[in-house]
Design a protein around this ligand. Structure first.
Ligand code: CAA
Length: 392
């Protein structure tokens, strides 16, 4: 019998602050509609200097650990393209911060925004090989571009933690997927840079071509068709990209669909991302949380996932929602985090932006955010983290 493996629990975290794209548009003398309608974004979650991919990851994972015996976690796969160390894995930092047992593997996985899907598939295969294993997959990123570039309006941050296990309670990942790799330079970040470089318009073309290629492979590999899928989750650098992707797939598969059907299949998965912005490797899975938290009656429905990582690697795969999944969602925490964020002025955003650049000398960060974990400072070239007083 084919062992069922997939997402047993899932929770995401974002920062305590946002920059409204209305404020951004006014600052740049642009029409707010360019962002609200043109790219489909309203806010960007902004991380303060004492928040990074590690603290966001720990914040995402903690509510999952509270529901299981942490000793059961055999491995942590940490996907990120905004990692904090060239050698030590982000997973090892999080392992320490969460106080996990030593009998655990901890590694970091990279390929731009695709790494989260790669980590998920690797975890599924690990659990299929040994169904007693439970793998904690974390995708965590802070999207940062240079100021006054086309990418600046598409920044954001977030982390998703997923427990991958046999007989999952939320989503069973189905066997078979379609993938596509091509060595291109649409978005990249050389080792000496803290911000990404992007050929923006080109990147959208490569994204759409990768979707067609990965879909065709998926169809050949699985025999599943467009009509077999109920809801579509796409990698969301900005929500208009997901809309364009769905239109492309409708056209590519010669599907007849009106705009109401398109909306029904895609809009629920875009609600959170419109507010959070790009979170690179986490973005697809924040979209999945958005779908589950905003679209009722998903039991037994098939959801597809298109992951796109610039550079580029793409994968199209699907999963079946498990009956009773709604009893395990952490909707209240997701919505509370989004709704309780504080707005930043453009100047406050700039202060965060500049003070988040990795310092080479010792520093003690002031307390900016109320989250359960903080980056307290850097001493002797070592990053120091701590649980905060708000850590229940
Ligand atoms: N009202 C309504 N719509 C308006 C408008 C207005 N006043 N003004 C402009 N628009 C529309 C434009 O017509 C355009 O729509 P279409 O794309 O449908 O033509 C849209 O708003 C954007 O306008 P521009 O093309 O002028 O915007 P831009 O050149 O400033 O930037 C971008 C667009 C290149 C995508 C830019 O946001 C960017 O560089 N983003 C970062 C790269 C990115 O996210 N790429 C996505 C694919 S790569 C990927 O997915 C990996 C990843 O996460 C990075």
């Amino acid at each position: 019998m084919n062992q069922k493996v997939g997402i047993d629990l899932i929770h995401f975290a974002t920062s305590d602050f946002f920059l409204g794209l209305d404020v951004y548009a006014a600052q740049k003398n642009e029409d707010y509609d360019k962002f609200k309608i043109g790219i489909g974004q309203e806010k960007m979650s902004i991380a303060p200097p004492d928040e990074d991919v590690i603290t966001l990851a720990a914040k995402a994972a903690q509510p999952i650990l509270a529901q299981i015996n942490p000793a059961e976690i055999s491995s942590i796969y940490f996907a990120t393209e905004s990692g904090v160390d060239q050698s030590k894995s982000a997973a090892a930092f999080v392992h320490g911060l969460l106080g996990l047992p030593n009998r655990c593997r901890a590694i970091e996985i990279k390929h731009a925004c695709y790494a989260g899907a790669a980590a998920l598939q690797m975890a599924v295969n690990a659990v299929k090989a040994n169904p007693s294993e439970k793998v904690l997959v974390i995708a965590s990123d802070i999207a940062r571009y240079d100021l006054d570039t086309s990418g600046e309006a598409t920044q954001g941050c977030g982390a998703v933690a997923m427990l991958i296990a046999a007989n999952p309670r939320i989503l069973e990942i189905e066997p078979g997927s379609g993938y596509f790799t091509e060595d291109v330079m649409d978005f990249w970040r050389p080792n000496y840079r803290e911000t990404a470089l992007v050929d923006g318009k080109y990147s959208t073309k490569v994204y759409l071509n990768s979707l067609k290629q990965a879909w065709t492979h998926f169809e050949e590999n699985t025999g599943r068709t467009f009509a077999d899928i109920d809801y579509f989750c796409y990698h969301i650098p900005f929500t208009k990209m997901a809309e364009k992707a769905h239109k492309q797939l409708v056209k590519h598969t010669k599907t007849k669909q009106d705009s109401a059907q398109t909306q029904a299949q895609t809009i629920a998965s875009q609600i959170y991302n419109r507010e959070i912005g790009n979170s690179y490797s986490a973005s697809l899975f924040i979209g999945f949380c958005s779908l589950m938290d905003n679209q009722p009656d998903l039991a037994d429905k098939r959801v597809s996932f298109f992951s796109y990582g610039s550079g580029c690697v793409a994968e199209f795969f699907s999963g079946k929602m498990v009956a009773g999944y709604e009893n395990y969602l952490m909707t209240a925490s997701h919505q509370q985090q989004i709704n309780q964020r504080k707005p930043l002025t453009y100047q406050q955003y700039l202060d965060f932006y500049h003070n988040s650049e990795c310092p080479k000398q010792d520093i003690e960060f002031e307390v900016y955010h109320q989250g359960p974990f903080r980056l307290t400072g850097i001493q002797d070239q070592k990053r120091n983290y701590a649980r905060t007083a708000n850590n229940s």
